[in-house]
Design a protein around this ligand. Structure first.
Ligand SMILES: NC(=O)C1=CN([C@@H]2O[C@H](COP(=O)(O)OP(=O)(O)OC[C@H]3O[C@@H](n4cnc5c(N)ncnc54)[C@H](OP(=O)(O)O)[C@@H]3O)[C@@H](O)[C@H]2O)C=CC1
Ligand SMILES: CC(=O)N[C@@H](CCC(=O)OP(=O)(O)O)C(=O)O
Length: 342
């Protein structure tokens, strides 16, 4: 059995990890941390886990985690970078759901995240955990940087176009909507029901911290310089990300065949039939990214619709997909759920 620890077990991605790992036959969750709830039984805070998890929250200290084979960080940005080096030195693999190790350019990371990086030497080694791109490197890694939720939906939607050089890479537009759980469980006025409910708004139009991450991933897929406009929006739903992506085609191409071919061997990237409209409720609770590709009225604009559950393929499901690869397990293990509908 793989002994897994979760730092930040009370947050949304932490409890989603607990939900997925509770039914994973090769994993025992041995340590779950919370500073606020240390000493409490996990299933007291989350009764959905009764009979499935007998852990008690402990403090996020290295000694409490050192006996694990793998530790997931489901913590705010700036936490994993303080603890990862000590865990790696003790032979523990680290899967970070935060942004601490995603961006290779340290100065760029520090600019967008507004803090000094505590372990820049580990950034070089960290593998960006998007299995549809980095599968082989993930298998050999000690430290995995799981992609952000927006970056997962946007990259999976744009990659087939850029890898095949069929669009002008300089003019990419990502118009993306997220459910409120994307902001985490912490108390925030903007996440209150009376603020986020019955309302719909764009935010961070001037620049969102996922922009450099998405740009970095897309740039690796093309020799052209990538130009990207990314506008996130908050929608009054709990889970889900819907990315509407626009690009200018450079040539005639069978877009449907291009996408189907790119993802034909992928369990978690599902290209929908011609004319489909991707819908977040068809991926709610599942690790799938569903993608639909359109060329409205035969114009030279390609429109890609890409949907994920931000807490599953956008975070904890993808983290478990990475863990499976890291430990030589079937990639789908523990992730073969069907979306909740409606
Ligand atoms: N929500 C989403 O859809 C996605 C989130 N992410 C990223 O995953 C990470 C977790 O997000 P989310 O679950 O939403 O966050 P939450 O705010 O819901 O939870 C954060 C968790 O971290 C713990 N924590 C906070 N500060 C520290 C600290 N300094 N040291 C140790 N533990 C700490 C908290 O517990 P306590 O304070 O009791 O210790 C809590 O359990 C973030 O980096 C987020 O950006 C990535 C993709 C999608
Ligand atoms: C709706 C909402 O507020 N979303 C969050 C995205 C959170 C997230 O996933 O952040 P990281 O991927 O960087 O860890 C935001 O825009 O800040």
């Amino acid at each position: 059995m793989i002994r897994a620890g979760i730092v930040g077990g009370t947050g949304y991605t932490g409890v989603e990890l607990l939900r997925i790992l509770a039914l994973h036959s090769e994993v025992a969750v041995t340590t779950v941390t919370s500073r606020a709830d240390a000493g409490q039984r996990v299933d007291k805070l989350y009764p959905s886990l009764r009979g499935l998890c007998d852990a008690v929250f402990s403090l996020p200290e290295i000694d409490n985690l050192a006996a694990c084979d793998v530790v997931f960080f489901a913590t705010p940005n700036g936490t994993a970078m303080q603890m990862a080096a000590d865990l790696l030195a003790r032979g523990v693999k680290v899967i970070d759901l935060s942004a601490d190790f995603r961006i290779k350019d340290v100065a760029e990371w520090e600019k967008w995240y507004g803090m000094q990086h505590a372990s820049p030497e580990l950034i070089v080694e960290a593998v960006y955990g998007l299995p549809e791109v980095n599968r082989e490197a993930i298998k050999q890694a000690r430290l995995i940087a799981c992609p952000g939720c927006y970056p997962t939906a946007v990259q999976l939607g744009f990659l087939p176009l850029l890898e095949n050089s069929v669009v002008d890479a300089q003019y990419l537009i990502a118009d993306v909507k997220s459910g409120v759980s994307g902001a985490g469980r912490k108390a925030e006025i903007s996440s209150l029901m009376s603020e986020a409910g019955e309302s719909f708004k764009a935010y961070a139009v001037a620049g969102h911290r996922h922009l450099p991450e998405i740009r970095q991933g897309l740039q690796l897929a093309t020799s052209e310089t990538v130009g990207l406009t990314f506008v996130p929006h908050l929608t009054p739903m709990i889970r889900g990300i819907h990315a509407t992506l626009y690009a200018r085609l450079k040539q005639d191409v069978d877009l449907q065949a291009l996408f189907e071919q790119r993802y034909q061997n992928e369990s978690f990237a599902d290209v929908l039939p011609v004319g489909s409209h991707a819908d977040t409720r068809n991926v709610r609770g599942s690790n799938r990214c569903q993608i639909a590709v359109h060329q409205p009225q035969g114009s030279d604009t390609v429109v890609v619709l890409s949907v994920i559950d931000n807490l599953v393929k956008g975070a904890s499901g993808q983290a478990v997909q990475n863990m499976n690869l890291l430990f030589g397990l079937p990639e789908q293990q523990g992730l073969e759920t069907v979306a909740l509908y409606p």
